[in-house]
Structure formats: structure tokens, C-alpha cells
Design a protein around this ligand. Sequence first.
Ligand code: MOS
Length: 759
Amino acid sequence: MANAAAPAPEANMGEPAPRLDARLKVTGEARYASDFPVGNPAFACLVTSTIAKGRITQFDLADARTVPGVLDILTYENASDLKHVPFGSASTSTQELGPQIDHEGQIIAVLLADTFEAAQDAAGRVRVTYAAETPSATFGAQGLTEDDATKVSERIKEAPAAGDVEAALAAADVTIDEEYATPTQHHNPIELFTTTCVWHDNRLTVYEPSQFVYGLKNSTAKKLGIDPAQVRVVNPFVGGAFGSKGQMTPRTGLIALAAKRLNRPVKLVASRDQGFTIATYRAETRHRIRLGAKADGKLVGYSHEGWEISSRRDPYCVAGVEDSTRLYAFGAVGTKVTIVHADRNTPGFMRSPPVVPYIYALETAMDELAVKLRMDPVEFRRINDTMTDPVSGKPYSSRSLMQCYAQAGDAFGWKQRNAQPGSMRDGDWLIGWGCATALYPTHVATATARVRLTSDGKVRVQTAAHEIGNGAYTVIGQMAAEQLGVPLAAASVELGDSDLPPAMVAGGSNTTASTCSAVLKACTAIREKLARAATTANDGPLAGRNPGEVTLKDGGLAAADDATEKLDDVFKRLGVSVIEEYAEFAPEGVKPDAVKSLYAGKGAMTGGPKGKKLMYAMGAEFVEVRINATTREIRVPRMVGAFAAGRLMNTRTVHSQLMGGMIWGIGSALHEATEIDKRNARYVNDNLADYMVPVNADVEEVKIILVPEEDHDVNPVGIKGLGELANVGTAAAVSNAVYHATGIRIRKLPIRIEHILEA
Ligand code: MOS
């Protein structure tokens, strides 16, 4: 039965099947990494640095060793067997245990004991003497260094540019030139950062929440200097990740080493505050945007300079100009991305990494220019809509942005808007209506799958993809069930184990498109085998039919003329009870050895601006804010988003992803920020009480509209990822609504009461 959470499918959309793992999750049966029972574990507790910059000059471990049950203490003095793993897809950071301290909260010792309490007690008794230096915490600090991202980052080889942007801006009728800022944010998945390591017969099993089990397997092997065949990573469910569990972090090698030294399983569950510094975060950014248009609203130039905080060691950046520059018919384009090195832990991917900060800045700038042009912001975007990349001239594979604006705008009632800021009022409340575009590059990656069909119509799919809350079990099961003509209930799906055939990182919203493409291929091979057996038989009901026209449906085979044969009978003809097919999928344009490199924990991902056509999912978001005229309290009573993302596998999981994204967007706009003590380069609100996120009371009506779209260019299954789509436009839409309510333009996130009071 369709309802708001499970919309009735329209064209090119799949049924809103309930999640295959729903029962496991709501009953607590779903086994997360640290839930796996291991025999006689020792417990680990991390000690982290209390300074952000300098050196450890001395450890005094005597008091710690007096705690009953303490087994071992790892420090840089005795854990030097670990190998260097370079920064990048394999590892979030090149951070070592010491003696050099590069950021506050750096792991400097691991306490191991018979009980968690003993390990924690002993950790508190470790005395460390430092030679401390003054750290540079963030933008504006003394002692920062800068790098041109194109020179040091794998993410951006060349800054997107087209034409002469300076000349174009100089010749524009109307321009804006503004700066925007976004804060540090931490993922704060409810499942903490845990690692459990067990050695058995010189083989290591790692239970750790991971968005990339093959990546973690291979990186851990590198870190330990052993053969990857000796390492298995097991993790069937991830309790939230959002990018924070995509690569190896420094803790894994340490826990594996500790388990080896003790010859005993070791379990680590790091604390919430440690999670702020032993994993990654969304980096603070600054932007300068210049936009120019003719008086009729046609854009003529777009210049976007971005600055992103990274650590001293590692050149992390997101370089969102790679995507933002494709969005409209900009005319001339000029971009630059600068990495700013501070005494901080290395940032990393966080939901929609490149587009969240860069599209917030661009979509706020677009609103500002629309105001200056005295033009409706939707109309302004319509005038500058394009099917062609302004940078490369490549066509979009499909683009339904204006259909999204039309549908969301109608549902929202945008036509009733009075454009005059501060003009819409309800008693004490100033009403503001704003909108913005969401876009996300359609990624597709290498993937493999093994699919088994038995004569009784049961299906098993195995692929080392990841259930991170995305509905992976369900949509992968749906694809196999559909292709093999059996009900979803007949399908079982195994994920999250590096002993299964590899799949790519659950990042960049590629999972559904990539794994379903591999599943489709394996199912096609099964169908062909069965169709050949049925049609080449002398006596069967399908004898002589064209095998290419035979489909699997209703638990059997069906020819174009509706002649059918039961699955069981075709299996008998073949003389087998099980058919199992393994398939490798590699998207167009990747290197021939891409699947081989996937086995080695690397793989390849393409899409967005990289292929022959531009591949993007898009959406339009409308927001109403109400701001108290006196106290400036900001509420968001309603939001409407319409999204188009190619084929949708399951309207229930899609609705959930998109609604969750827009809710996260409220957080980006109004709540989320990690505060940093600038004197000590130390995070202040490193707990769930002080780190603000939207709660039920902050979220009222969220309406999601699914806009049908068909795209046969993106990948064999026509799916565009959308896990990271809906949180992209929201912050700008809220910010634009705040301007409309008050006439006050705030160019820094999150927008808080005090910012409006101060203005
Ligand atoms: Mo997502 S931030 O691409 O894991």
C-alpha cells in the first residue's frame, strides 16, 4: 500500500518493498562490527594527545602498569613495526603514533587490559611530557601554509575554466562579488568507531564498520606488511558512516598489532569525543564568488575561488568547482582551489563532500544576483538552464532540473510569494520563502557479484557491497528477483564481507548503480543458460523458440508467445540443481585492469563530468522559514523537494534517503558546527549534547516529489545515485529564505539567532 513514506511508483520506478533487513534492525538482531562475539578478548583504550603541535619528550607508564589486569601498552617506542601507507583512497591520514604531534586528539598510546574498565583506568594514568608549540587552528591563524590544490591533490588536476572570465565579468550589466563560509562538521554516526581484531592460523579477521571492506582489507595488510590474502574484513551492517568509514584510519593497524602481540583477540570501541579526532570531518571552507549577468538575466561569467582547511601532512580537498561549474550556462568560467594547512587532523569525505560547501556558496550567490536583477530566482535559473557543459561543451546525458522546479514550485505554492523581503508576515512571525538547486554527480564504479539460482526458485546474491543505511540489501535483492522472475521474498543477499566478490566503496552514491549492473550481468548469464536449455530441447514447451526472447517470470521461463516452462523442469533438462554465475562489471572508460585493481582494494569510479556526457542527478528544493520578529528564533515549518535521478529501484528507500538528506540540510543551515578553541586547536563541542543536529521539533513538514526520468547513458541499469543528492541544496534554500524573511543576507553557516540579531 502506497503512503507518504512509500510513494506509488511512477514511470521507471520500482516498488516500495519494505527493507529486507528491517526486522533485523528493529529487533536489534542486526549484528554490527563490535557485536560479534570473540573468544576471551582483551580490551583496548586509546590515549590521545592533549596538545595540537609539538613533540612527546617522555612517557611515564609506571602508574598505568600498576592497574590490575593491564596487559600491554603500545606507544611509538614499541609499535614501530607498522608500515607507512600513503594518504589517499587507502588511508585517511598518514598520521603516526608519535613522537611528533600534528593535531590535538592524535592517538599516542593504546592501553590493553583484561577488562574495558581496567584499560580505561590505566589510560587515565599515562603521564606524557610534551614540548609544545603554538598551533594554527583555522583560517586567520598565524603560521598557516597554502597549496594550489591542482599541484598537490589527486582530486583536481586542472581547475575548470572557460573563456576570459575577467573580461566577461567586466562587461556584465549586473554583478555580485561576495564571500561565503562553511564550518567544520563531524559525522557523528551513532555506531562509534570500533575495531575488533582476531588472529587465527596467521590469518587476521577485522570486525570494523567499513564502507569499503576490500579497501580496508588491503590497507590493513599494507599497514602490517602482510599478504592481503591473510586479512578478512567482516561488517554486514554499518550503523551510520556518511563518509567517515570509507578508508582506513590509524586505529586499525594498532589494534591488529596489539592482538598479534597478545596472541588474543582485541576489542576497541573508541569514545564519542575520540571520534572527533581519530577519524575525519568535513573541512571548514571559504569561498569568493563573482557572478555576472546581462540585464535580461543571462549569465556571462562565474568565478569561484575556494579555500579548504586540511592537516599539515595530507592534502585533502573536495574541490567542488568540478561540479559547480557545470550547473548553468555560465558563459566564461574561472576557478581556483587552495588547500590551507593547519594543525588539525586530516579532514575527509562527508555526505556530498564537494557539492555541499561549493553549491551552498553558488546557490546563495545565484539568489543574490536574482535579487539584484529584480528577477524571480526560479525564472533566473530557467533562463540559465542548459543541456551543455559550459566548461567542456559536452552534453548532459539527461537533466530534469526545470521539471523539478516546476513540480516542487507548484506543490509549495511559490506563485503566491511576494518577492519583497520582510513583506510576508503572520503576526509575530516573518515568513521567508527560498529555493535552491541540488545536484550530485552520477558515479558508477567497478563491481562484481555472484548470483545463485536453485531449481526451487530461491536466489542468493553475494557481493561485498555495504549496508550503510542505504537499503543495499533490499535494492540488490530487488534487481536479482526482478531479473530471475521470482518474488523478492525468495531472494537472500549477503554483503559486507571481504570473502565475497568485491564491490567498490559505498561512497559517491555509486552502490546501487554499480552493484545492480553486476547483478544484472550475472542474472543475464543465468537466464541465457536456462533459455538455451529450454529452447534447444526437442520436446519441451519452449522448444524451438528464440532464446533471446525468453524471459524469467513467475518462477519459470516464458517465451514471447506466452508459452511457459517451469524452472524445475528446465533445471532437470540441464541436469543440475543449482546455477551460479559470477559477473564483473566495469563502467565505460575505466582502465582494462580496473576489476583486478578492485580486488586489490582500489577499483575505479567514473561519471559526473568525467565521461563522454555529463552525468548528474538533480533536484529543486523550496523552504519556508518563520523568524520571530523580536527574538529572531528561526523555524522551518515546511520544505518541498522534487528530485530526478534516473531509474529508482525502490520508492520507499529513495523517499527515505531524500527526506533524510533535506533534514540533514536543515542541520547544515541552522545547527551543525564543530567549534574550535583557537588557542589550542582543540574541538570544544565533541559530544552529542553540544554538537547540534536537527531533532523532531526542528522538522515539521517535508514533502518529497519523485520526478520520473529515464537515462540509458549512465550505466546498464539506468540508475543515478541519490544518497547524497538531497542535502546539497537545502542550506542555500534556507539561507535564501532567511534573506527573504528579513532582508538580512548571512553568508556564513550555520545561521544562528545571534547572526540575525547582530546584523
Ligand atoms: Mo560518501 S561522503 O561519498 O561516503
